[in-house]
Design a protein around this ligand. Structure first.
Ligand SMILES: [Zn+2]
Length: 436
């Protein structure tokens, strides 16, 4: 039996992953038949609350005990086992609703939880479409009705979209996140996380990614919001992640659980030609720089890229991408780049997540006017684009004779990515991408 939940948090608190731990507590007579899933969806949807992530639990009657994946009062294991029979659906739906009512930020009018309880999964396209594009609630409800899948929602019920999409996920790629939670009386108080310990964790655990931002010299495992999460550590190896519990040891978490996730997989990215780019999707596309980088108000760096068919788009490294802007600023007209990023609507802009420099153009700068071959002194300009003339002997020279120099480029033909602090949950870090 699957329980899928989305959109229970607000900017002021809660976290849908914490709600998953409360659901696990509620259904203590059952066992988990798989890791709980944390599924991130289109990061560009304009109405998302925070991270746009949904959770899915698979519950059943456990037979064969497998590994330990968390601790919520007692140790939590995953099992091989049998699903809960269909006839229990209404009971499980009712009890899950009660948990959501207890914990979700229902007073926030932007929090619109959705809940699905089902013995079967939703159709795969729902995930594909929701992670990459925009899906309407009507479309999702039609699908659920046609498959006779039980669902419910609160407020505007938008969370049904995420819950249905998360339940549809068939992983091609995946990662894990071990998330720890604080005792309730500490929620909203300052987290006691030592950044040296986080740096130590980042350096000692091979499969871990996106935990420390060396550009900003800051930990990124602890959130800034007043939510129940103490910290979350991401990586490819769930066993290795458990070492975080010993390494990060100043504030002790009350509970922890390992999620199976689509974070760090680039599943939101679709290949697109510049002419096909539209708002709210995320693309990879390539072209030549046709308008050199410029810094606008707010510290954002923009440049224009065009493809061989003459279509062009403005690409941006926004202020929060910090040092990445210095890299982008070194691009010149004629450089060829492959860009990954989300599309912003007004004005239509590609918000760069990472970039591969495919080809660096030669950077030629003028050193001085042509030198007179007779007098060995620099000639003077006659006028704009009109050539040069020696003041002493009147010898003429053309614009082509300007003395130039080939300047060494400060970029390389390789990948560059935004700093960890500015990274999307779904963005595949170069650490994962270039590993294989
Ligand atoms: Zn001369």
């Amino acid at each position: 039996m699957y329980i899928a939940v989305d959109d229970t948090d607000s900017r002021e608190g809660m976290c849908t992953t914490f709600l998953a731990t409360e659901l696990i507590k509620e259904f203590e007579e059952y066992e988990l038949l798989d890791y709980p899933r944390l599924v991130r969806l289109n990061p560009n949807v304009p109405w998302k609350t925070r991270g746009n992530g949904a959770v899915v639990l698979k519950l059943g009657k456990g037979v064969n005990k497998k590994n330990i994946i968390g601790k919520i009062e007692d140790d939590i294991f995953i099992y091989d086992g049998e699903s809960i029979p269909n006839k229990k659906i209404v009971d499980i739906l009712t009890r899950s609703e009660k948990v959501i009512k207890n914990w979700a930020e229902l007073k926030d009018d932007r929090t619109d939880p959705g809940l699905i309880v089902s013995t079967k999964k939703t159709p795969k396209y729902l995930y594909e479409k929701t992670v990459k594009d925009i899906v309407t609630l009507e479309e999702v409800i039609d699908t659920l009705e046609s498959k006779n899948i039980k669902y419910t929602g609160f407020g505007k019920k938008r969370g049904i979209i995420g819950a249905a999409a998360a339940l549809a996920w068939e992983p091609d790629d995946h990662t894990y996140e071990l998330i720890t939670y604080r005792e309730q009386w500490k929620w909203g108080t300052k987290r006691n996380i030592d950044k040296e310990q986080v740096k130590g964790l980042d350096k000692s655990l091979n499969s871990v990614f996106d935990s420390y931002d060396y550009d900003e010299d800051a930990s990124v495992i602890d959130p800034n919001s007043p939510c129940p999460v103490l910290y979350g550590v991401r990586g490819d190896n769930p066993e290795e992640l458990k070492k975080a519990l010993e390494i990060i040891n100043i504030e002790k978490p009350e509970s922890w659980i390992t999620f199976f996730t689509n974070q760090g997989t680039d599943e939101h990215i679709q290949p697109a030609e510049i002419k096909d780019v539209k708002p709210w999707i995320s693309v990879k596309t390539q072209g030549k720089v046709t308008k050199e980088p410029r810094t606008i108000k707010g510290g954002h760096v923009l440049f224009d890229v065009s493809d061989s068919k003459g279509n062009s788009i403005t690409a941006a490294a926004y202020e929060p991408t910090k040092s990445f802007r210095d890299i982008v600023n070194k691009l010149i007209v004629g450089d060829k780049v492959l860009l990954y990023g989300g599309i912003r609507k007004d004005p239509l802009t590609l918000n760069i997540e990472k970039m591969k420099v495919l080809h660096l153009n030669e950077k030629i700068v003028k050193i001085g006017n042509p030198v007179c071959p007779k007098c060995n002194t620099r000639m003077s300009s006659i006028g704009k684009n009109a050539g040069f003339r020696c003041k002493k002997c009147s010898t003429k020279s053309s614009e082509d004779d300007i003395e130039t120099e080939n300047v060494e480029r400060e970029l390389e033909e390789k990948w560059y990515e935004t700093p960890v602090s500015a990274r999307r949950h779904l963005s595949k870090p170069l650490k994962r991408m270039l590993k294989r």
